[in-house]
Design a protein around this ligand. Sequence first.
Ligand code: PLP
Length: 423
Amino acid sequence: MKKEYKKLFQIDGRTVDLVCLAEKKAKDEMKQAEEIAEYNQLKVLQAFQKNKISETHFIGSTGYGYDDAGRETLDRLYADIFGAEDALVRHNIISGTHALSLCLFGVLRPGDTLLAATGKPYDTLEETIGIRGEGNGSLKDFGISYRQVDLRDNKPDIDGILNCLDESVKAVIIQRSKGYDFRKSLSVEEIGDIVTAVKRKKQDVIVIVDNCYGEFVDVIEPTQVGADLMAGSLIKNPGGSLALTGGYIAGKREYVELCSYKLNAVGIGKECGATFDLNRSMFQGIYLAPHIVCQAVKTAVLAAYVFAELGFQTSPAIGEKRSCIIEAIRFGDPRLVVAFCQGIQKGAAIDSFVVPEPWDMPGYGDPVIMAAGAFVQGSSIELSADAPMKDPYVAYMQGGVTYTYGKMGVMLAVDNMIKQNLL
Ligand SMILES: *Cc1c(COP(=O)(O)O)cnc(C)c1O
């Protein structure tokens, strides 16, 4: 096959040798990912059968969307897969940020405090919380205070969290994935440790987990270790690359209900909302998700071995336990970041001819470069790479709906860097 890479894609022989060597070394780690996927597929299939999913669930609704069996059953299906009491899975939850915003506005009230237990939440939540911006209807504008406890040596600072957990703290937010930080993603077990500790001190505190990029990377999810709510995006892991848009929230029934009031109207909540023709792709998406996530994880594992070989620091490092699909590579140089992202773009089926440049994306504080050639706009379960243009110039790569497509992307990224004489 080495010849084809050179012939069909004009890849330098050095690049092909490097990637193929890295792939050999990565074999055991890739096998582990396949075992996790196998378990998760059994879990998903069992939930499909338990909920008696059939053709009728794929028929959508219009208008108010009363009695939409597909929508209601999809909620049940998600709840069962994630071991939660209830779920809210909707195409009109427009993104992961929206899902998380619904969780926050759903359960917090004026006078309450939100405590971030794993450092500053993901960039796009800064304006939702009111860390950035003013007078725009953020939590802060509604009299909800915010406090944060940073990680300590890459781990949750449980003592610090407990010290901040006074009477006013109504909710604690935990971010599983590294986001745009060069840190370890939290394992579900570590999330469980935080939940146990905070509930021991304050039983009624509501623990919310930002589960973006985490679904199906492990065999259990945060709702199975006591999280009250978790949320994510359907154009990431659980949409299995087939959902055309959407987000989900899963957790305790009463809190999911409150979130649905924020999405729709107080008192109406989950019972309304037309689904048009979108149910089928959401069902099929979660059906495939464990497998697709596995392809993404294997792509990330390959990248870790390739860039370790080239002498760069990565997170996760080779051999390190994974809890999300991101591979972060610390380049320390803006030219390398740009060349990497532009190379990833070259491996896409869609828009491979486009050359991404850094720009001011809505919701982000720094210019961001994004490589995304996807069937679904912005879908980052499809191979994608992005980087905020700031020191220490780390690129975050994720996705890859088949391992081979992922491998191509990684190969072209390295090749682009080699051809620009940056390596
Ligand atoms: C992607 C992501 C979000 C939300 O992003 P959207 O683009 O709004 O879907 C939030 N937190 C983390 C950790 C993420 O990776």
